[in-house]
Design a protein around this ligand. Structure first.
Ligand code: M6R
Length: 596
């Protein structure tokens, strides 16, 4: 949700900032803007639309310090006026988050004669800085942040201060040292990967002052704090397309590596020991809650099927946004697993916080080791999918299922863990086969011309159907729904007509006949059907009748969501391309949803 970047001590700040905004564009692409200090004065350029819309204007800016922003609109529609940076007096500010008390502050500031030029919540920050400035920058920043409620990562530029200030509260900000005295800040590691040798992740309530080759830190009370700098993680470095036309297809091709690296990391990070110890200390867990949003919720839901069967205790998956506002009965006997690619999704982070406050043992299962979620959790279970740039999650979903399978096996004990590791070793080749051989083009064409696509499945195939539907809607804008195969006849079947396509997922032979009946009901109403099945799992009558059939290699049932999702991801990708959509940056979306 919005990307921030700041730099100082560089030859041409605008050039660096523009490059950084390209790396951060996955966080929002409603508008982009840059402000630099030119001969001590703030000069800004901002444009509605993608970062590339800013290119020409950015090329005209010079100066050695500046800040930049790429926006996902919350308050105020996408427009030039609502684009950041916002400027007031000697200050310019970029913001990621939501200032919850902005209306009250705005009223007060307007009463004092401050003029607002945007509909954003963010603009109050820059006017507050202007209001409180008496010549001491640190005092000014402390006074302004004291007034703010909500979530905010900020980069601030101030005339008279050759550098920038970065502020962190509930939204991420990382600072780094570059070569030749250059200093940087950004919302995420990939934007700093090519610039900074060493980086530090700010914690909530911390402020960084970057100027003249040095970064110093204090807390919101003005007390100095020390941060540890470390090298940029290798995983954050490889974020280029490398010959692929889109990140979505590149990242689908990286699924085998995501699964393999996640399995390695589980062993490397000694998750087995930490989880076993925690379970022993609490006399075993009586129940497991798994929470996430969107795709992460779907991987949690898939895991709830195999974990409950394996462990014989209740395992529930719930969307984090629902969990956090519910009077839930989690407690000391609960293992709470927060699943999130980014580790920054506001609902998931707050759900984990609530579970922790209720006494649950909290596991953060995330692809980003330095995220907000890892700061809350008792244990981190790493997903090592590598940086995921495409807004649609693909390889991270498969990495999450692998990590969740290892977590479940660890709690089971005995030989389960080594069996899961061995099964995961075999999965990479099956994924590669599914990626290269499954032939989705005809189904994608059918999706592109359908009025609606219904994804159905039973058992563990149901969460996969949900994920297939989300992926298609998200990147191609073709309407659709994911449904348990048995539920279709309880209402939704009223929507089926000649323009409808159903995609049935079948990886469990014992449930094949049942799902086949649902497909028959669709045929009877004039719809068409595609069957995505594990080798040999589709009943022969269905295989003969289906309009399209896509087979993927068979694998142990609990790992089937890793393989069976691949054709669905490819169908969504190809449908988007056929319809001329940009699969990497779907409309209205952003990669990390760091606001409620
Ligand atoms: O970073 P997270 O995994 O917490 O993100 C959760 C969802 O916002 C995310 O999975 C979203 O649904 C994706 N765009 C789906 O492709």
């Amino acid at each position: 949700m919005c990307g921030l970047i700041g730099c100082t001590g560089v030859k041409c700040a605008a050039k660096i900032l523009y490059g950084g905004l390209e790396d951060l564009e996955y966080r929002g692409y409603d508008s982009a803007g840059i402000a630099v200090l030119e001969k001590g004065k703030i000069v800004a350029a901002k444009r509605k639309g993608r970062v590339c819309a800013l290119k020409t204007a950015a090329e005209e800016l010079c100066g050695t310090s500046g800040i930049g922003h790429t926006r996902w609109a919350t308050h105020g529609r996408p427009s030039d006026e609502n684009a950041h940076p916002h400027t007031s007096g000697r200050f310019s500010v970029v913001h990621n988050g939501i200032i919850e008390n902005y209306s009250k502050i705005k009223e007060e500031l307007e009463g004092e004669g401050y003029e607002f030029s945007s509909q954003t919540d963010s603009e109050v920050v820059v006017h507050l800085l202007n209001k409180y400035y008496r010549g001491d920058l640190k005092e000014t920043v402390l006074c302004a942040v004291e007034r703010l409620k909500g979530a905010f990562a900020l980069c601030i530029l101030c005339e008279g201060y050759e550098g920038f200030v970065a502020v962190k509260y509930r939204n991420p900000i990382i600072v780094g040292y570059g070569s030749g005295g250059a200093l940087y800040a950004a919302s995420d590691m990939p934007a700093l990967a090519g610039l900074s040798g060493s980086v530090a992740v700010l914690k909530d309530g911390q402020i960084a002052f970057a100027s003249e080759g040095k970064i110093s830190f204090c807390d919101f009370y003005g007390e100095p704090v020390c941060l540890t700098f470390s090298p940029v993680p290798a995983a954050a470095r490889s974020t280029r397309l490398g010959g692929f036309p889109h990140y979505m297809i590149k990242e689908i091709n990286e699924i085998p590596a995501a699964v393999k690296n996640t399995a390695h990391a589980f062993a490397e990070e000694k998750c087995f020991a930490a989880l076993s110890r925690a379970a022993k200390k609490r006399g075993g867990f009586g129940e497991i809650f798994m929470c996430g949003c969107g795709t992460a919720y779907h991987s949690a839901l898939a895991a709830s099927y195999f974990a409950e069967a394996e462990l014989g205790i209740p395992v529930r998956a719930e969307t984090a946004g629902e969990f956090r506002y519910k009077k839930s009965a989690v407690g000391g006997g609960t293992l709470f697993v927060a699943v999130s690619q980014s580790g920054e999704t506001a609902d998931t982070v707050e759900a984990a916080r609530a579970a922790k406050a209720a006494g649950a043992y909290v596991v953060a299962l995330t692809n980003v080791p330095y995220s907000a979620l890892t700061g809350i959790a008792d244990t981190v279970v790493p997903v090592r999918a590598g940086t995921e740039i495409c807004v649609a999650a693909t390889k991270s979903y498969c990495g999450q299922i692998a990590a969740l399978a290892l977590l479940s096996a660890t709690l089971k004990g005995g030989t389960a863990y080594s069996r899961t590791l061995a099964d995961l070793k075999e999965i990479g080749a099956k994924c590669s086969a599914a990626i290269s051989d499954c032939g989705v083009e005809d189904v994608a064409r059918a999706c592109a011309s359908s009025s609606g696509v219904y994804f159905i499945g039973r058992g563990i195939d149901y969460p996969v159907a949900l994920e297939g539907s989300l992926k298609l809607k998200e990147v191609s804008y073709v309407p659709g729904e994911g449904y348990p195969a048995g539920e279709l006849k309880h209402g939704t079947i009223a929507l089926i007509d000649g323009g409808t396509l159903a995609v049935a997922v079948i990886t469990d032979r014992s449930l094949g006949e049942k799902t086949a009946s649902a497909v028959e009901q669709i045929y009877s109403r004039g719809g068409r059907a595609a069957v995505v099945c594990a080798e040999g799992c589709a009943p022969s009558n269905l295989a003969e009748r289906a309009d399209f059939i896509i087979e993927v290699p068979a694998c142990p049932a609990y790992l089937s969501p890793i393989v069976s999702v691949i054709p669905l991801q490819l169908i969504a990708y190809r449908t988007a391309v056929i319809l001329g959509r940009d699969p990497d940056k779907p409309r209205n979306l952003a990669k990390s949803v760091t606001v409620e």
